[in-house]
Design a protein around this ligand. Sequence first.
Ligand code: KIV
Ligand code: ZN
Length: 522
Amino acid sequence: MTQDSNKDRVVIFDTTLRDGEQSPGATMTHAEKLEIAELLDEMGVDIIEAGFPIASEGDFKAVSEIAQRSKNSVICGLARANFGDIDRCWDAVKHANKPRIHTFIGTSPLHRAIPNLDMDQMAEKIHETVSHARNLCENVQWSPMDATRTEPDYLCRVVEIAIKAGATTINIPDTVGYTAPAESADLIRMLLDRVPGADGIIFATHCHNDLGMATANALAAVAGGARQIECTINGLGERAGNTALEEVVMALKVRGDIMPFYTNIDTTKIMNISRRVSTVSGFPVQFNKAIVGKNAFAHESGIHQDGMLKNAETFEIMRPSDVGLADTNLVMGKHSGRAALRSKLQDLGYQLADNQLKDVFVRFKELADRKKEIYDEDLIALMQTGEDAENDHIVLTSLQVVCGTQGPQSAEMSLTIGGEKASIKATGDGPVDATFNAIKALYAHSARLQLYQVNAVTEGTDAQATVTVRMDQDGNVATGQSSDTDTVVASAKAYINALNRLYVRRARVGENKREVNWKDHN
Ligand code: KIV
Ligand code: ZN
């Protein structure tokens, strides 16, 4: 495909750190947000929506620091349709080499009813707020929230107002995941045909996946004339999530024959960022998820394997290496040295400083003592294990569990809490319940368990289990993860990891708690 025409270039707008991170339970720490923003910038994302600065002090700081550290990407912040939100957003993004303000208001009949504005009053508000944003920043994006359920005539009217007020990008959100591909394309076509001034600006598509059509709808919108796709890594986002970045980017790359568009994304960085987002958000990627699922490139059946051995193209439409998966899964074991581990981790996308490698090597050797063959998945699980024995408030020191057909099961446990050792024996309905009861008895807390999930990392009875635990304490949600060949130990560590995250958050009061939700009307 030739890449010489700007009209064929699709701009990628990633909103993992805003729409994705706002999904309940996906909250990331400040450091994690900075890391993800850096990875997005490095992979060639054109615009990073870094957060919603008015939402909380923590959101503001994260957007400001991402803006300060940005290299190539445009850094965008979200603001509702009022001067306070827009000013706060500008204060955060203005540090970027390339800042953008994204302001929005719900334009469908249902959304207009909430602030109780009639069509004319809302049109006036749009004019005022977009003009205000444009006076601060020359790069302004405006979104009519719930555009796909807004009356077409009114949508044309407000889009025209926003363009006249200075918006440089108009985003058309399918906020509730209601539209279908043909309709998605027609809507963009209609706006391009009917709105004066539409040909001078970029139209964006922002789809939610409630009916499983977010990727198809985004690509259809591009066929209709949109040139910006809004998406998240792994499709992270509220309810069924947003359009997945990896899906639209790979679809455009693989099917350039029928979709002659290109992006700036270095697709070989996809797997690494997918794993990092999964770890820090605590949202595991489903095994059969397109592009980044564990089985996306696995060929289990005999017929497939035979075909693959003869010619990989028989069943493969893209190569694993196109998305950053190592072609081989060389097995490591207890005789593998530090240099081999470093090189293997580099292949998997992890660049480690010497002190980090030292720590990982110790844990690698411990694992190799318990598990003969260490696969890529085991190393990834090792890298994703969130404990930090030196700095964590609560550390698991020992655990002995008794289970069997005659309950109740019991767990004898020692923890170090704030440097003090404490021990207890607790019972429960099964070994995991007994273990969690022991933790609660040693460390009293009011956090509620929202999610407990176990996944086997590889095949075989000596496989590690990765456990994900999500806890909610007064609206602060934290996710913990851990992997171990012993499922109960992994469960205890994941639970403790979530408690440690809640502890750090409480210490920095309110950093991640949102005082304002982007859906609040004001
Ligand atoms: O889904 C939506 O409507 C949004 C807007 C804020 C763009 O996320
Ligand atoms: Zn959205």
